[in-house]
Ligand binder design. Structure first.
Ligand code: DX5
Ligand code: ZN
Length: 225
């Protein structure tokens, strides 16, 4: 945690042949969560990570596992991904017919519940559940792949959410996912985000995971200074 901001490396860009090592490097470098992108080939075209991989990550780290369900019928998947080791279960409001019920189910299992908003989905879509959720994830890219450009309209959206959460006295944290770089991270934090997901800015050919996490941290150290 740097300046009150948590870092959640997304393993989508990791070297899957060395996943344990890479996850543990994130932990040593001071990451707060490991963000796990679950794609079903239906909500988004790609198929990514399933239960056995989450179980393996659970055995590799003590960090909070932040599960991002990019799946249709997320009500069927929340339970299994908690059983596999998930600590925070995030569901897309566009995919969930009974989003309130999923939040209740996750809480019944004593885990944290998050709701995700695609770039085209308004904040109003989750206003009724805002008092109940532990996290709101604002997508700054269209879900489906890492390495995309940050969509700027996510910034005023985060600011709007921050106002609603603060005015209501709610506990929800605001996570930004997609296109987060050392350039965008402080701008997200400045408008009120407090959890930042990053895949390609952390797992890349340019530098080590440790160095990239340190660079993101340094970009955040300047926020509000
Ligand atoms: C996109 C995923 C993101 C993705 C982020 O569908 O939800 O978590 O891995 O990748 P970057 O940080 O490269 O935009
Ligand atoms: Zn994600």
């Amino acid at each position: 945690m740097i300046n009150g901001i948590k870092l959640a490396p997304s393993i989508l860009s990791a070297d899957f042949s060395r996943l344990r090592e890479q996850v543990q490097e994130c932990e040593r470098a001071g990451a707060d969560y490991i963000h796990i992108d679950v794609m079903d080939g239906r909500f988004v075209p790609a198929i990514s990570i399933g239960l056995p991989v989450v179980e393996a990550i659970r055995r590799s780290t003590g960090l909070v596992l932040d599960i991002h369900l990019m799946v249709v019928e997320p009500e069927k998947q929340a339970g299994p991904f908690i059983d596999a080791g998930g600590d925070i279960v995030n569901v897309h409001v566009e995919a969930a017919t009974h989003v309130h019920q999923i939040i209740q189910d996750v809480h019944r299992r004593e885990k944290r519940a998050g709701v995700c908003l695609n770039p085209g989905t308004p904040v109003g879509a989750i206003e009724e559940v805002l008092p109940d959720v532990d996290q709101v994830m604002v997508m700054a890219v269209n879900p489906g792949a890492s390495g995309q450009r940050f969509i700027q309209s996510a910034l005023p959206k985060v600011a709007r959410l921050r106002r609603l959460i603060d005015e209501g006295g709610f506990r929800a944290e605001i996570e930004v996912d997609g296109g987060v770089s050392p350039e965008m991270a402080p701008r997200c934090a400045a408008v009120g985000a407090n959890v930042l997901v990053a895949a390609s800015a952390i797992f890349n050919e340019r530098a080590s995971v440790t160095k990239n996490i340190r660079q993101l941290g340094e970009s955040l150290a300047a926020v509000g200074a």
